[in-house]
Design a protein around this ligand. Sequence first.
Ligand code: KG4
Ligand code: ZN
Length: 338
Amino acid sequence: NSEVFILAIESSCDDTAAAVLHNDKVLSNVVANQLIHNQYGGVVPELASRAHQQNIVPVIDAALRKANIQKEQLSAIAFTQGPGLMGSLLVGSSFAKSLALALQIPLIAVNHMHAHILAHFIDEEGYDKPEFPFLALTISGGHTQIVRVDGFFDMTIIGETTDDAVGEAFDKSAKILGLPYPGGPLVDKYAQLGNPKAFAFTKPKVPGLDFSFSGLKTAILYFIQKKQLENPNFIEENTNDICASIQHTIIEILMDKLKLAVKETGIKQIAIGGGVSANSGIRATLKEAEKKYGWKTFIPKFEYTTDNAAMIGIVGYQKFLSEHFETSSVVSKARIQF
Ligand code: KG4
Ligand code: ZN
């Protein structure tokens, strides 16, 4: 079947997103960011659900218009089932159910974490698709996982964080430096101007392929407090170097585990996904690893790294082909088995 049109809806956290795919090609990919949370220094679930409710109809409308598709042409509706904030997920799933019912077309439930990984299968000029098996490093504000991917729906988590996610490590470090939320992109920006070896932070000792980031945050806090006793302007005078050193430490932690994962599995194809894969240092380090270690690395197009609905759509397309549909009694799941 070469004429599959999927409308995909993503509302797991604080972005309301809709996309239309024609087979594995993205016709439109619309995201409404909720800036309301920035003033609170983190996502406020109650406000997120309300904003989804406000945004969902205009966002879906815009996705259909940009794709130049009538809703009667749609083959199926795919939505994020979880993991995520329950109140946010419910807005997307209820809308998806109603529209699928009204149009009498199949309903497809998508695991958000599968979607971050399978985003690499979107047909996009200049971007190669990985071959099975490959390793996926999923790094976002909520997750840090190394996943062994043997097939579209054959995935095994082989390593994950035991506390904070990488995105939280970036955001919490930024907060210590007095940078506004979400600080990850700002740390990245200042890091590009600083010396990554200016300051040394000890890396956590975690066995196997698991991660820990909460200790790093504490180490940074104590380091800053100590330096500020000597020089009250320490942060202002060293922002670039501090950010470069923090980012360097985080990248080393990720790379140490990736190297171990490659060694243990023998798999040298590495795909990254999740909001933190927008980080310029991580992107550059992974590119270098191709020459340095003989890996093949897959770095998604920027708009498919942070939360988006196109990645939900590509999973929807795969599930459509295998007729993996849901009834309208399917429920959202804040936590979801891989
Ligand atoms: O995947 P995502 O959009 O949302 C979820 O958490 O699911 O990821 C958001 C996270 C935030 O922690 C944000 O600070 C981080 O990704 N982030 C970055 C960069 N861009 C976004 N962290 C470091 N460098 C970046 N350039
Ligand atoms: Zn995400």
